[in-house]
Ligand binder design. Structure first.
Ligand code: SF4
Length: 279
């Protein structure tokens, strides 16, 4: 089975020592899996990762070039799609602010609580944000959506979204990974979620905790977590819920990427807190 960036990240030492040339272990894991960076650049690979080296190398040889091509093709397609868009008219519907730099129009808004500027041929990120190669695809998808109806405040589960059957398995896998990562560390996770910008809410009273995140101006995500109860034979569960209008702003594929990105950022925070001994 293919190794995902998150799986690799969870096995790394997570000291963020930078000796591999990347500023965090998460960035390193992403580049290895998505872009084919050299796994052996990390001098501290644990035995579990070394055992996966052959699998990762095979993955890189088979899929990485194609993925990179996919990325370039998708980006070109979306930049062509955004070229005729009147960004000034689109700005209010997307919760963005219109601007111009030397006659080049752009939209600025918050992406995972950091400022981003989306030009028609370039994306600029605020200081301290470590972009993923797929971020521009997501951002151009958001900008070209046109944002028809504002969020309605009604939360629905992923399978309730139209045509989501084939992708539901991916979301369930992500939710399971997240639940396993949080279980036993709920207090540290809550601190990390708040530090990222999540708003604690109480929509489902029986949940251990729940947060609303705002990764994009018109896309709230609700995360609900239930801690494991071994005596009840109940494993920990994490559930993402979506605003019923979310598909006005992103397609299903991009939505899953958004969830995965949120998870990466949350797990990195959890890791920092775990390492620093905060609970
Ligand atoms: S991946 Fe390895 S070298 Fe890179 S920051 Fe993490 S521990 Fe350090």
């Amino acid at each position: 089975m293919a190794v995902s960036a998150l799986q690799l990240f969870k096995l790394l030492p997570r000291t963020n020592c930078r000796e591999c040339g990347f500023s965090t272990c998460l960035a390193f894991a992403t580049r290895v899996v998505v872009e084919g960076a050299d796994l052996t650049s990390c001098p501290y690979l644990p035995a579990e990762v070394q055992a996966l080296a052959g699998t990762i190398q095979g993955q890189q040889e088979q899929g990485v070039g194609r993925k990179r091509d996919n990325l370039a093709i998708a980006l070109k397609f979306l930049q062509e799609k955004v070229a005729p868009v009147d960004l000034a008219s689109a700005a209010p519907g997307l919760g963005a602010v219109y601007g111009e730099e030397d006659g080049r129009p752009f939209l600025s808004f918050q992406y995972f609580y950091r400022p981003v500027q989306v030009f028609k041929d370039e994306v600029r990120y605020g200081q301290g944000f470590e972009p993923n190669p797929w971020d521009p695809i997501l951002l151009y998808n958001y900008v070209t959506s046109g944002g028809r109806r504002p969020p309605c405040g009604r939360w629905i589960k992923f399978p309730e979204l139209p045509n989501s059957v084939s992708k539901t398995k991916t979301l369930l896998r992500l939710q399971k990974q997240l639940a396993e990562a949080i279980t036993g560390q709920a207090a540290a996770f809550v601190q990390g979620a708040s530090a990222l910008g999540g708003e604690p809410v109480n929509i489902t009273p029986e949940a251990t905790f729940q947060f609303i995140f705002q990764p994009l101006p018109r896309i709230p995500l609700l995360l609900v977590f239930y801690e494991a109860e071994p005596e009840e034979n109940f494993a920990a569960e994490a559930h993402f819920l979506f605003d019923a209008q979310v598909l006005d702003y992103l397609d299903l594929e991009s939505l899953l990427f958004l969830v995965e990105r949120l998870m990466e950022l949350l797990l990195a925070r959890l890791d920092e807190r775990g390492l620093s001994g905060e609970q």
